[in-house]
Design a protein around this ligand. Sequence first.
Ligand code: MLT
Length: 215
Amino acid sequence: MYRDRVFRMSGIEDFIHKFVPGTSGRTLILLHGTGGTETDLLDLGRTLDPDAALLSPRGKVLENRMPRFFRRLAEGVFDEEDLIYRTHELADFIHVAAERYGFSQSKAIAVGYSNGANIAGSILLLRPDTFQGAALLRAMVPLIPENLPELKGAPVLVVAGNYDQIVPVENVRDLVTLLRRSGADVTVFFENASHGLTETTITTTQRWLKDWGHI
Ligand code: MLT
């Protein structure tokens, strides 16, 4: 069990990653989907916020050589022990990266896609002080924590696809309920799309960042 494990502090070399400096004091933490790498979401990050710093780590778990942020037993069935371990490991890394690169975690927004959205959701639930808020693109319930965190109005955007072949719409509703019960300020948007990102996903995320004043 997670409780019995001894956690070591992460170092900056612990995750392969890219860091692109910004000019605004804001940071986007970009978390790729299964099979992605640290470069996948850099263009998306720049499109979403031209002035933010970008931190983009590569998931450390390999599934058929495809990087992921945590192990799964089957599609949509997560190895919870590994998920919890990886959640703390990544949260520790983000903390180390903030000190190393000099960005403020309280002005950092996670932008996660698919598997990256799921670990971002898990960080919100288990390590809520890791970032200010998150845009969860094609996310599902990562786990149900023993105790709900205090998200204290943290801004969260959930963008889901009505025809997503991996994430059922009911699961997205459960995720929104879980985050709202934890005190997050959740905006949810369902689009007529499947699991892949669309132009609408991107413009919705851009608008959300502007609407609550992040940009
Ligand atoms: C996951 O494993 O996190 C989800 O099933 C999404 C994905 O396919 O990566």
